[in-house]
Design a binder for this molecule. Structure first.
Ligand code: ZN
Length: 262
């Protein structure tokens, strides 16, 4: 199925995460340096008998624990794709074209990360195939352009490049399901049974900065045998995360938005 890969993946070595004999996989991303949310998600996943993990990227950016979150994910040694904030935090390019709040947080994040941590982020792949599915932070058609999929029309261009049955992504921080059979449909995120005659492009939502009006950390469990995809919401110690944001001198708005899920 490697024909499904875009050029960034084609020259890369085979994925170490392939052909695992697991059953229940947690897919989590857009952590954005929110350690309390990340720990809560991993704790919840362990209780749900998850035995493998895949990270959808944007480990850092916005919130106050980039180093701890990066090291936590790195220690898990799970398949991980690169997010735009991972790229921006690990580069030296100008952030002038970015919205000022995100740019301020990224400048701060750059100062927290060590050389070796920046290098680890830089080396993350854009696209990976794990077991029978593909993962990408934004979209498969142009993964390095960081396009946002916010409706079924955006999803259509992704499907032209999706050769696996299932593809998981993140980036918008809004959990969502796009299904393609004879046409492309958008569905609200809830528990889903995967059918053989359709393709699915599934946004797993955000661990550390949800934007669908629900402040709780969001992630997905894919049960390979049952062919089920379940969205989970997990409460975490929001006040601690907010205190850390303010103590770090990051924009106040970042502490406010995580309480509102926007
Ligand atoms: Zn993000």
């Amino acid at each position: 199925m490697t024909t499904a890969f875009v050029s960034t993946a084609r020259t890369e070595p085979p994925d170490s995460g392939q052909n695992l004999s697991y059953m229940r996989i947690a897919l989590f991303g857009d952590i954005h340096a929110n350690l309390e949310a990340l720990e809560a998600v991993l704790e919840d996943a362990a209780k749900q008998d998850v035995n493998e993990y895949v990270c959808m990227g944007d480990i850092v950016g916005y919130n106050a624990d980039p180093v701890a979150c990066l090291e936590r994910v790195r220690a898990m040694d799970c398949p991980t794709v690169k997010g735009n904030h991972d790229e921006d935090a690990s580069g030296l390019h100008s952030l002038d074209n970015m919205n000022p709040v995100a740019a301020a947080a990224l400048e701060w994040t750059r100062r927290q990360l060590g050389d070796e941590q920046r290098q680890w982020l830089r080396r993350l792949r854009m696209v990976r195939q794990v077991s029978d599915f593909t993962v990408v932070h934004s979209t498969l058609d142009q993964p390095a352009h960081w396009n946002y999929v916010t409706n079924r029309f955006d999803a259509m261009s992704n499907f032209s490049y999706q050769f696996t049955h299932l593809c998981f992504h993140g980036h918008t921080h809004v959990p969502r399901i796009y299904v393609k059979n004879d046409r492309v449909q958008e569905m609200a995120a809830e528990k889903l049974i995967i059918e053989d005659n359709a393709k699915y492009f599934i946004n797993v939502g955000s661990v550390g900065q949800p934007r669908d009006g629900d402040w709780r950390a969001c992630y997905v469990i894919y049960d390979v045998e049952k062919k089920s995809v379940e969205f989970r919401r997990v409460e975490y110690d929001l006040a601690t995360t907010q205190d850390k944001i303010l103590a770090a001198g990051l924009p106040h708005m970042l502490a406010e938005r995580i309480a509102e899920g926007r």
